[in-house]
Design a protein around this ligand. Structure first.
Ligand SMILES: *Cc1c(COP(=O)(O)O)cnc(C)c1O
Length: 372
């Protein structure tokens, strides 16, 4: 018999394809860059990129250079955009892996140009503009200086111009238009300086579904591919959850009213209670903040977490489900039959966002792929 871990992630590639197609339909002919940073938000970057490449994703995006290597080794041929810069000493690896850095720093531009020249190569880069996110990127007022320096770096090719929205999920917020106008002005300067960027892009998932930017020809969806709603305005979108966190009941017990449960006895039974112990805890990425407030699905029904989540154990109050048995499946995120625990709903309970839940659960548990 194969050893099968009690707690595991089921990653539904059919749902991933469904979400990608929905994004592609909204993109109306524009190209899509599949954001697969952070191991594809915990879903497994290689399998996700393979699936999306087959669906027609034209580029991929990663945060760090180390994330590009396994994609290349897996045979992903599409351009890979590197979001978080290049550490000194990694320039040759960027060239070897044919990775396209987002450029937000002139020192990096010089380093990349020198190594590209030494290796007789041209390196494409995407110019990152801070149009109002206030994070990384050149400020618009720096642009004249940046462009004149880039003109002198013959081995860099300005292939894209990119910015990122701070408030894309607030669909009606006028600051979105302000960022777009600033971005357009920068784009104008880039073109006036004689550059002809092939890719112009601004939109994450929320902007993909919420806004139209006529000057852009590439979109960068992330969360929507994984079935996360890009904001409260998007509850009507038919996005399917891709990650399902499954475990099994290891022990069942009946306890009388007045029994303290788990560390600190923060849950005391109010009635004769049936408790299910499930081997998932905060060391598996199931946050301790779900203590006394999380929910799980068993046989299509919701059951509450009882008491504190431990390092390796979580207790569920299954008193209202008399038919459950040891070994029965439990779903902590995702779908179980007709019942659904959305990432955003769970995230709200503990003051975070589904992005963080996916990353946490995804980086601590083995992945099993279905729906290929
Ligand atoms: C993460 C990221 C995205 C994707 O954002 P979602 O909200 O997940 O769609 C797009 N662009 C950049 C620069 C990012 O860092």
């Amino acid at each position: 018999m194969n050893s099968s871990p009690a707690t595991r992630l089921e990653i539904d590639l059919a749902a991933l394809r469904h979400n990608f197609r929905l994004a592609r339909d909204h993109a109306a002919g524009r190209a899509l860059l599949g954001v697969v940073k952070a191991d594809a938000y915990g879903h497994g970057a290689v399998q996700v990129a393979r699936c999306l490449a087959a669906e027609g994703a034209e580029l991929f995006g990663v945060a760090h250079l180390a994330e590009a290597r396994p994609l290349r080794e897996a045979g992903i041929e599409q351009p890979i955009l590197l979001f978080c810069g290049v550490q000194p000493g990694d320039e040759d690896e960027v060239l070897r892996l044919r990775v396209t850095p987002m450029l937000f720093d002139l020192d990096l531009a010089g380093r990349l140009d020198r190594r590209a020249a030494a290796l007789g190569r041209k390196l494409p880069i995407h110019l990152k503009i801070d149009s109002g996110m206030g994070r990384v990127g050149f400020r618009p007022e720096e642009l004249p200086q940046v462009l004149s320096l880039l003109e002198g770096l013959a081995n860099l090719e300005l292939e894209g111009v990119v910015s990122h929205l701070a408030l894309a999920d607030e669909v009606e917020n006028p600051f979105i238009d302000e960022q777009y106008q600033r971005f357009l002005a920068c784009l104008q300067q880039v073109r006036s300086a004689g550059f002809a960027p092939r890719w112009v892009h601004l939109s994450n998932s929320a902007a993909l579904f919420g806004r139209e930017f006529p000057a852009c020809n590439l979109l960068r969806p992330g969360i929507c591919l994984y079935g996360g709603l890009p904001g409260p305005a998007f509850t009507d979108l038919d996005l399917q959850p891709v990650m399902h966190v499954r475990s099994r009941i290891a022990q069942l017990k009946e306890v009388p009213a007045g029994t303290g449960v788990s560390y600190g006895h923060r849950f005391v039974t109010a009635r004769p209670t049936r408790l299910a112990a499930v081997p998932i805890g905060y060391s598996d990425g199931y946050s301790r903040r779900f203590s006394n407030c999380g929910e799980a699905l068993i046989h299509d029904h919701r059951v509450p977490v009882a008491g504190r989540v431990c390092m390796n154990w979580t207790l569920l109050d299954v008193t209202d489900l008399p038919e459950v048995a040891v070994g029965d499946g439990v779903t902590f995120l995702g779908r179980d039959g007709e019942a659904l625990l959305r990432g955003s709903e769970l995230a709200d309970k503990i003051g975070t966002i589904d992005y963080e839940l996916y990353c946490q659960l995804g980086s601590h548990n083995p992945h099993f792929y279905v729906g290929e």
